[in-house]
Design a protein around this ligand. Sequence first.
Ligand code: 4UV
Length: 584
Amino acid sequence: MPFVPPSWTLPLPEVPDSISVETFMWDEKYGRQSLSSSENPFTDGLAGRTYTPVQVKERVDHLARALCKQFGWRPDQGSEYDKIIGIFSLNTIDYVPLTWAIHRLGGIASCASAAYNADELTYQMKDSGAKVLFTCAALLATTLTAAKKLGIPKEKVFILPMAPVMQQGLDISAHKTLEDFVTEGAKLEPMQSTDKSWSKGEGARRTAYLCYSSGTSGLPKGVMISHRNVIANTLQIATQETPNRNERMKSLNLKSYTEIALGLLPMSHIYGLVVGSHAGAFRGDGVIVLPRYDFKLLLKTIQDYKINMLYLVPPMIIHLTKSKEIVKQFDLSSVIACFTGAAPLGKETADDLLKIFPDWAVRQGYGLTETSTVVCSTVPNDIWFGSSGSLIPGTKVRLVTVEGNEITGYDQPGELWVASPSVVLGYLHNDKATKETFIDEKDGLRYMRTGDEALIAKSPNGHEHIFITDRIKELIKVKGNQVAPAELEAHLLTHPAVNDCVVIGVPSDREGEVPKAFVVKAPGSIEESDALLKRQIAKHVEDHKTDYKRLRGGIEFIDEVPKSASGKILRRLIRDQEREKMRK
Ligand code: 4UV
């Protein structure tokens, strides 16, 4: 039996399965704030440009009409996998509306990290099968290099407009922009969709987004996130937040209650996409969108827009705690809560933050791309440091030991398995990884094996909390970004001096973790000095991988990579040895 205390979570309203993400966002039937009473969903924090909900709906409509005409696509014709559009852009107020327009034409948005270089972008877009790319001025050169490798003509590379300061000195004149499409679409006839699959509940089970994750092992894979998955997690988050929001509304004597949230985290990543954008906009919150992380700009934006809710990752919180003098120059009194996720938040960091901002609720969430984000999170009146909080409504978990036994008591760690309507469809073109990761149980539930070790503990006020205690899978998290050791290992093996290698994550104060490589030298390279070889190998990574994948944990030469009889790298052994070394 799964270890699920009965009173643990609030009941989840039925998750609608015959509508798209966008329809769900605007429909008051599902509990959102009315359109007229809500904040403007997306505001450009740099330019001050903002859209009302009505404008967003209209823009999405016009954009979809024009995209259909441009490509000769129809919402009711062809598979969604033939209509994949890649988005490689910094955050903009048009990012999420663009994805909704792609959905209207029956397509899928493949969202790529804006930190990628041309090779990394090419990998994702080739794997996705993207035929069209949207980018922004700052990333146009990288996009064109990738487009060439992908055989996508430059006429199919389009621009998402940004604040003038982000486009200064960059020539985008050869490319059609999203604004051109919106203007063009306004003159076209409305689209008539005869797609019956929505009303039958099939449409919502189609892929809406492809976000990339390496999962428990191997290279980054396309995570097939359906409309229903995003709707479910948005509804789960909203349901969990309702009591807390109602309480605030009452105490402030208001008739409705919304917040202003920070939209800084990348919308290409599930945290920024679902928690930072969809969950906020659904509740009628305003999202202040920032395209890049600049510390002073962040503080000024919080002050100017009176932001209430910060969505951050632990390294940004560390930055706040280490910059007291700068922080003091800004009025951050509008902030009610600071939410963190994607990597563990240390107790000391949380304490340091509270010393500066004693009134902030410092909240932590845990989740994955494969669960369309949130599995559990702390709520304001039940914060316990180190804990990732309680399960969000409609979620069940199991804790499983290495031997495959079920844990049925408190305080005992095991691998966390999660069942939730937000557990995704699987990995694109990868049945093997899908079967290994997603387990359909006899009780009708589909569990995701997270590859994370967790335990359940009872807080002093009697609530069950989830603590993430370790990571069993090989994934490395650098500043909340995924780094797949398999990707770095495959790349290192292309260097002539590397005969064999293994990459693991080692702790870092500022970044959480950083990659470290253990390398077996190729016979011919033994003559070279170790220092020179290390520099060459490090450069080989710097030249071909994005900044956060650099071997900041260093390079160590070893005689042999420890492997099992079947040839599998004994990663855990190396990791444990490394931890032991660090303890000494
Ligand atoms: O797939 P992914 O890149 O997904 C994420 C999701 C982050 C968030 C953010 C806010 C939330 O409220 C929330 O629920 C989730 O990063 O990486 C998934 C892996 O990241 C680690 C863990 O190893 C996952 O398998 N991770 C995510 N959140 C935490 C974490 C956390 N709070 N503590 C420790 N590890």
